[in-house]
Design a protein around this ligand. Structure first.
Ligand SMILES: *[C@@H]1O[C@H](CO)[C@@H](O)[C@H](O)[C@H]1NC(C)=O
Ligand SMILES: *[C@@H]1O[C@H](CO)[C@@H](O)[C@H](O)[C@H]1NC(C)=O
Ligand SMILES: *[C@@H]1O[C@H](CO)[C@@H](O)[C@H](O)[C@H]1NC(C)=O
Ligand SMILES: *[C@@H]1O[C@H](CO)[C@@H](O)[C@H](O)[C@H]1NC(C)=O
Length: 533
């Protein structure tokens, strides 16, 4: 029956659809008009730590805002030299740039939250001075919106909140802005995922480690709150920094999947539109070799002399064993003094155009420290990685590259072994899964690299919805704030309902028992009665 009807109706439907189509074609279409009314606004980009890895992604988004007519001011330690890449960017300095050495962090040791304590002490002591600098810059330049690097940058976020201006938190760390109970990070002494860990490990990571971290940072937080009280600064408490919008320079695929609140957006990998090309010398070298291994450990980190010698030995053997036919080692912090004096080594003062090297089809493997920028560039160019993490986010990045992205293997700086390095290089160059995943990640990183424009769109939306002062009350951006933040933990998770259930169920069981007792004793007494009768 139904089939018959359908057959009957179909021609009519087709006829109708054709009709619609013909009508549509007959008319001229007019554009939808996606223009947005714009007026120039003043934006402050602030980072306490500064440095390329923190500034570059923020400035790549800021560039889009500058192109759209806004004024952007960068406030950071030192002078950011590559800022010449960003025409139209005004720069104010927070003072001299600090270095890893200056803060007395021992980067040869295992690097986790404890290593960061001296650094946090340093930034807390400078809070008052930094706060004033941010406040003065904001007032002098009539700042409408703040984009604050989240790491060790409380003055930036506090000034914004105290001036009642919207603040965008910018970070590479999902765990910092939207922690989930089933995720962690080697920085906190645990694996990135607790999904398959034992209940003991989960107990340690969910309870013991946070307590240890609170113990390590508690006195500093108290000190900071004292300073805030003295300076009459409203402190905004919470487990994550209080920002209107969090932009996270990462992407699912590299990052472990999780749910996100609407005001937390993953927008990475943020990459520049243009990169410096290969110098003629590099170009000749890489064109002349079919399987090139590229080695670079970033600008802030360096290996011990012993490790450098092991790495060098591995590279020489990788060439001798014909795994690769060329090696480019970009030395920045590493100088020839970092190798044992018995080796002669030419100093690498020359700048390595990293993206262009990775972008070349002959570059088959990247031996890296696993810094965020290097990681993003490697994923984007589909280059597998051998990761030697030194500290900070690098251990977590290494785990994500291995487990989530599936394009890497890692080695441990405390137990470097030449044979192990060679086996891993061999595996990474040959394995089919690594090849497949590199291709997959290359695609994903490319489509996601467009999201820096979405980041700029969201920032502009905040500028225009906050331009009117009446929006700057409790309702500001309420379209992005899920109810759970207002309901509190217990109500948002229905814990009160489960609590009520916990009371109801024993009560019901109690009543049921009483009823059974009553009926059985009744029937017993009935039987007795009937017996007696
Ligand atoms: C900032 O605080 C430190 C102590 O934490 C103090 O020594 C210094 O004088 C303060 N600076 C200003 C400008 O208030
Ligand atoms: C993390 O996972 C690895 C295996 O992937 C395991 O060997 C290790 O014990 C786990 N825990 C920590 C704290 O690293
Ligand atoms: C945990 O184990 C399950 C089942 O073996 C697997 O599908 C999942 O990917 C694992 N998760 C992680 C984070 O390794
Ligand atoms: C990357 O490679 C593509 C072709 O493979 C080329 O068109 C592009 O210019 C390269 N970019 C850089 C920065 O090397």
């Amino acid at each position: 029956m139904i089939n018959k009807n359908l057959v009957f109706l179909l021609p009519i439907l087709v006829l109708l659809l054709n009709q619609v189509h013909v009508n549509a074609v007959a008319q001229d279409y007019v554009p939808r008009n996606i223009d947005i009314e714009r007026s120039p606004k003043n934006i402050l980009v602030g980072s306490y730590v500064g440095g390329r890895s923190h500034l570059k992604p923020m400035l790549d988004v800021a560039t889009i805002l500058i192109e759209r007519g806004h004024n952007v001011i960068l406030l950071t330690a030192g002078k950011y030299e590559p800022s010449s890449e960003y025409p139209g960017l005004k720069q104010i300095t927070l003072g001299p740039k600090m270095t890893v050495k200056q803060v007395k962090m021992d980067i040869y040791k295992d690097f986790d939250y404890r290593t960061m304590v001296p650094f946090m002490e340093f930034t807390t002591a400078a809070y008052n001075v930094t706060y004033e600098k941010f406040k003065n810059a904001a007032k002098e330049n009539n700042i409408d919106l703040f984009i604050c690097d989240v790491l060790a940058n409380k003055p930036c976020i506090d000034v914004a909140n105290n001036l009642n201006k919207p603040v965008v938190g910018f970070t590479l760390s999902m765990q910092m802005m939207d922690p989930k109970p089933y995720n962690s990070d080697p920085m906190y002494g645990c694996n990135i995922s607790l999904e398959n860990e034992s209940i003991f490990e989960r107990f340690r990571c969910a309870l013991i480690q946070p307590l240890k971290i609170a113990y390590a940072y508690g006195p500093l937080m108290c000190k900071l709150n004292d300073i805030r009280d003295q300076m009459n600064i409203k402190s905004v408490s919470g487990t994550v920094p209080k920002v209107s919008l969090a932009l996270i320079d990462t992407f699912f695929g590299f990052e472990l999947p999780q749910s996100l609140a609407p005001n937390v957006q993953e927008i990475g990998p943020v990459l520049s539109e243009e990169y410096p090309p290969l110098t003629p010398e590099f170009s000749d070298f890489i064109n002349g070799h079919k399987r090139v291994l590229y080695v670079a450990f970033g600008t802030n980190f360096y290996a011990s002399i012993e490790n450098n010698n092991k790495i060098l030995q591995s590279l020489v053997e990788a060439i001798n064993n014909k795994m690769v036919d060329g090696v480019v080692w970009a030395l920045s912090q590493t100088s020839k003094d970092d190798f044992s004096p018995t080796l002669s080594f030419t100093d690498g003062t020359q700048f390595a155009p990293q993206f262009a090297v990775l972008n070349h089809t002959n570059t088959k493997l990247f031996f890296s420290h696993g810094g965020a920028e290097s990681t993003h560039e490697s994923l984007y160019t589909g280059t597998p990685m051998l990761v030697l993490p030194f500290g900070g986010d690098q251990m977590g990045n290494a785990q994500k590259l291995i487990k989530s992205a599936g394009i890497a293997l890692s080695i441990n700086k405390n137990s470097l072994d030449v044979k192990d390095i060679l086996n891993k290089i061999d595996f990474l160059l040959k394995d089919e899964h690594i090849k497949k995943n590199s291709k997959r990640m290359k695609y994903l990183a490319r489509i996601n690299s467009n999201r820096k424009y979405r980041a700029a769109d969201l920032i502009e939306y905040m500028l225009y919805s906050s331009g009117l002062n009446e929006y700057l009350d409790d309702d500001f951006l309420k379209e992005w704030i899920p109810a759970e933040s207002r309901m509190g933990f217990i109500k948002a998770n229905n814990l009160d309902i489960y609590g009520v259930l916990l009371i109801i169920i024993p009560a019901l069981i109690g009543i049921a028992f009483k009823l059974i007792k009553y009926t059985t004793s009744n029937s017993l007494s009935n039987r007795k009665k009937s017996k007696q009768a």
